[in-house]
Structures are given as structure tokens and as C-alpha cells.
Ligand binder design. Sequence first.
Ligand code: CDT
Length: 320
Amino acid sequence: MRNVTVAAAQMGPVNRSDSRSVVMDRLIAMMETASRRGADLVVYPELALTTFFPRWFIEDDVELDAFYEREMPGPDTAPLFDKAKQLGIGFNVGFAELTPKGERFNTSILVGPDGTLLGKYRKIHLPGHPEHEPWRAFQHLEKRYFQPGNLGFRVFDGFGGRIGMCICNDRRWPETYRVMGLQGVEMVLLGFNTPIHNPPAPEHDRLSWHHNTLVMQSGAYQNACFVVGVSKAGMEEGVHHMGGTQIIAPTGETIAVVTGEGDEVITADCDLDLCRSYRESVFAFERHREPDSYKLITGTKGCVTPGEAKRIDSALARED
Ligand code: CDT
């Protein structure tokens, strides 16, 4: 048995006017709760330090830059790192990153219980649109404010197991989990901000909770790992973000779930050895996968015609 007690620290809304120190106090209060409950690791949402600013078209660079971190820890975020070290608890937190070269990423980091940086992830699947679309009730400008992550889906040894990270929209893509699954991931940590209303497809709104659970449970089961999904929830600056924070076992079952849309800590004791039961049977990749038949997965970005598919994967042309 290899137990990791993980805490998912869902956040209620963060207002545009909230300073980093106000947010730090909330994150630290939840870290203390997690620690009292015996957690080894606490997981926070995507862009946890600020409001979800991609909902606005922001033309003023100074205003926009204020949402990004230039260093981590920096003067405003050091209290979180200090508290974690004092409590001996690890954490995963999402934030907007502005690099010294001027690159902008939607990033998360994994910090060990001794304060060591164990890993960094930059969001790869960026949803939304790059230009202002005034017809929308609110914007989703991640494609404008961030570039696609350039660090791949790596996994990191820590907490007695193998830990991976992804962020929000990544959770909807099977490739996300599989690339980490192929590196033996045992626990995927992911924060999210999901408006319940999706302006281009409002017919999906009633299914937002269902889709959230569906993709994370599938990712966990099909890749024999735990998934810890953590939301920034509630009515944030007039936009309703779903809750749905939950911890999922390799069985595909949700083993802990929030009850509301505010700041709330849930915990679960996760025996990482449970992953083996699935990885050594139904999902023994080395025995059962057939990568020669998956050429379209990396050979094309969008849908192709059957004819183009045959050019990419000659096996598809074999009976012609
Ligand atoms: N932050 C983020 O990636 N949100 C998206 C909203 C897209 S609308 C379906 C998400 O996938 O939850």
C-alpha cells in the first residue's frame, strides 16, 4: 500500500479587485485545513491567484500584465510557499506566467513538502478564440492571452508515486491522459475554470457537470490513475462557473466530491497501488495496445477525408 492523502481545495469566486494577499489568505486557510486532515498534497484551481481574466477583452497592456506572475515564488506568493514548508505539505497551483522572454503561458507547478519545485506544466489545449467577439455574453480569450504550452505532458516522481499535471480544457482530451499514462502516471492533478454557459453551444450548458465528470472518470479508468479535478466555482464577475471538484480513483469512481460552489476542501486517501490492478490487467499497455493502428492520432490535427486518411495510414487502404 502506498497511500497519498490528497486534498482538493476548490475556490469560490475571485473578484477583479481582490489583491494577491487576499487570495493568499484564502489559499493558506485551505492549506491549513488540508494539513489538519492529514493531507500530503493540496491541489488548487487553474489561474487560482486571480479572477478568470480571459473573460474580458483587455486592450491596456498594463492592466493585462497585472494578472501574470513574473516569478514563482514572488514577493506576493511567497507566503503560500512558506506556509507549505512550515506545514510540510506539497501543493499544485495554477497561475498566469509571463516569462523573461515575454512569453505567456497558463501554467501550474508542483511543489514538494520541503518546498522543492518538483515540476512545471504549461497548458497545451487552449480553448476559446483569439479576437474580440462582442456577440458573446462574455469572452474566452485564452487563445489571445496565452500560447500553447511547450513542455509536453511530463510526469514527476514525488509523494511516493508518479504525478502528472494538466489544466482545465486538457481534461477533455483523451491524448492528455494517455501521454501521461504511457509514462506510468499514478495521479493526475488538474485545476479548472468552466463557465456553465458556453456561448457558441448553449445547448451543452445543461450537461456541463455531466461532461466534467465523464471526461475525468474516463481518463482515470482508461489510464489506471487517480484524477484530482479542482474548480474555481460560483458567480465570478457575473459569470457562473461550475463546481464539480472531485477526486477519482483508477476504478473510474468518484471517491470525494464537493457539496457547494465556495471555498471547500475535500480529501481522499489514495492507495497508489490500486493503479497496478488496472495497469497489469485490462490496461496492460505493453500487451494490449496496437500503436501501428493509431497513425491518424499524430498524423493529422483535424478530421480528414477517407482518402487522406489512407495516405496517412496505409493500412486503411489495404482492402482497396
Ligand atoms: N479554462 C478552460 O479551459 N475552460 C474551458 C471552457 C470551455 S467551454 C466548453 C473548459 O474546457 O472547461
